[in-house]
Design a protein around this ligand. Structure first.
Ligand code: GDP
Ligand code: MG
Length: 439
């Protein structure tokens, strides 16, 4: 997966500039990457459309490193689609806060009850009560009781012979009596969604009036996660999702799909079987994971560096040949704004890296836009041949750029001095007058 995307990015980098065809190609690769990460097909389609719309905008096409910008957009949109921020647990104004679990068998409901209860106990000094309402597998009650024992958290159970609705009623009554601040209702699951299960869960919901209905979904189930989530949400109107087993080799595309299809926030992620393997869900981190962004960012950085170096080499060549013109100047300014500052570029000239004169080079970003505006007002001929810029042409520039004439004059003077200085540098000379110009 990552390789695909990396290839796409590397392809773009070689060209330096994005064409519509490049964009199409990249979007195709990103689409494949997302599908490989188990993101739902329809979700991918919508997502690609959103990204393409944003990426075809002028900014991306104009940028010096379009690849980086596209990935940035993809990352931003993924994060946005997953809710941007972490979503906390719903809490009731008066105790107890009732949290009901739901999900297929084996998804991790019981384990998550343990993890969450422990987390609240540790972080808030909470006193939760766990209700064992899965009566269909004897081992399920034992499992919860064992967890409770280990964590010193009480578990309410009436065995396997009492109806789960009754268990919940009595459990809640006990929690009120004992002033527990949280109640967890551990429910049964099935291998597939069926009506019996849904009816039981709906009844429990009516009885318990939970503040939070957490849907627990196994991230490893990939494409199936969406139907499961839809099925449960339709009937129960869940309030949050817990995505488990992210410690496996899944890419976590289910997170994006579930959020996109149900609109329900993912609140926690399970990252292992142990009781402290539960984390708050952060959309931006999940986005990186889905994209394999860690690797990609490294690649982008390298791409950026290569590109900077190539640019710098070209400019240095021009300085050496004394053909540095306003087009180069503009490019330089853009480079300064986008990435590598001019001093970094100059430092790449052999023997310049430690030159004290370079310490003072500094282009004020505030003035940058004005300078650019003036250069943009020049004709191509003027940019190539700054000597053409006589007073009347300068006046035209001033009014074209909406800047005072003195500023135009100052800018051209600086340009000429810079050019002279650069030429000087090429010959290994650093004159003192350069200092004044650069501070
Ligand atoms: P339930 O049927 O929904 O209650 O599922 P359980 O809580 O009994 O979990 C089923 C299995 O999945 C157990 O073996 C758990 O240890 C395991 N499990 C639950 N959450 C995670 C997780 O985040 N990571 C891993 N690796 N295993 C998990
Ligand atoms: Mg269970």
């Amino acid at each position: 997966l990552t390789e695909r995307l990396q290839n796409a990015i590397a392809g773009l980098r070689r060209k330096g500039k994005v064409t519509d065809a490049d964009l199409r190609e990249t979007m195709r690769e990103i689409r494949l990457a997302l599908l490989e990460a188990d993101v739902n097909f329809d979700v991918v389609k919508t997502f690609i459309k959103t990204v393409r719309e944003r990426a075809t905008g002028a900014k991306v096409l104009e940028g010096l490193n379009p690849a980086q910008q596209i990935v940035k957009i993809v990352d931003e949109e993924l994060t946005k689609m997953m809710g941007e921020e972490a979503t906390p647990l719903n809490k009731s104004a008066k105790i107890p806060t009732v949290i009901m679990m739901s999900g297929l068998q084996g998804a991790g409901k019981t384990t998550t009850v343990g993890k969450l209860a422990l987390k609240l106990k540790n972080e808030e000094n909470a006193r939760p009560l766990l209700i064992a309402a899965d009566i269909y597998r004897p081992a399920a009650i034992d499992q919860l009781e064992k967890l409770g024992d280990d964590m010193k958290i009480p578990v309410f159970s009436l065995g396997t012979d009492v109806n789960p609705r009754e268990i919940v009623k009595q459990g809640l009554a006990l929690a009120h009596e004992q002033h527990n601040d949280y109640v967890f209702i551990d429910t049964a699951g099935r291998l597939q969604i069926d009506q019996d299960l849904m009816n039981e869960l709906a009844d429990i919901k009516d009885i318990a009036q939970p503040d939070e209905i957490l849907l627990v979904i196994d991230a490893m189930t990939g494409q199936n996660a969406v139907q499961t989530a839809e099925g449960f949400d339709e009937r129960l109107n869940v309030t949050g999702v817990v995505l488990t087993k992210l410690d496996g080799d899944t890419r976590g595309g289910a997170a994006l799909s579930i959020r996109a299809v149900t609109g329900k926030p993912i609140k926690f992620v399970g990252q292992g079987e142990k009781m402290n393997d539960l984390d708050v869900f952060y959309p931006d981190r999940m986005s990186s994971r889905i994209l394999g962004m860690g690797d990609m960012l490294t690649l982008i950085e390298k791409a950026q560096k290569d590109f900077d170096e190539k640019q710098a080499e070209e400019q240095i060549k021009k300085m050496r040949e004394n053909t540095f013109d306003f087009n180069d100047f503009l490019e330089q300014l853009q480079q300064v704004q986008n990435m590598g500052p001019i001093e970094d570029m100059l430092k790449m000239i052999p023997g310049m890296a430690n030159n004290p004169a370079l310490k003072n080079i500094n282009v004020n970003p505030k003035d940058m836009e004005h300078i650019k505006a003036i250069v943009y007002s020049m004709t191509p001929a003027e940019r190539q041949n700054p000597d053409l810029l006589n007073p009347s042409r300068r006046r035209r520039l001033a009014s074209g750029a909406g800047r005072p004439i003195v500023e135009v004059n100052r800018m051209i003077k600086q340009f000429n001095e810079m050019k002279k200085m650069m030429n000087g540098l090429m010959n290994g000379k650093v004159s003192p007058q350069m200092q004044g110009m650069m501070d």
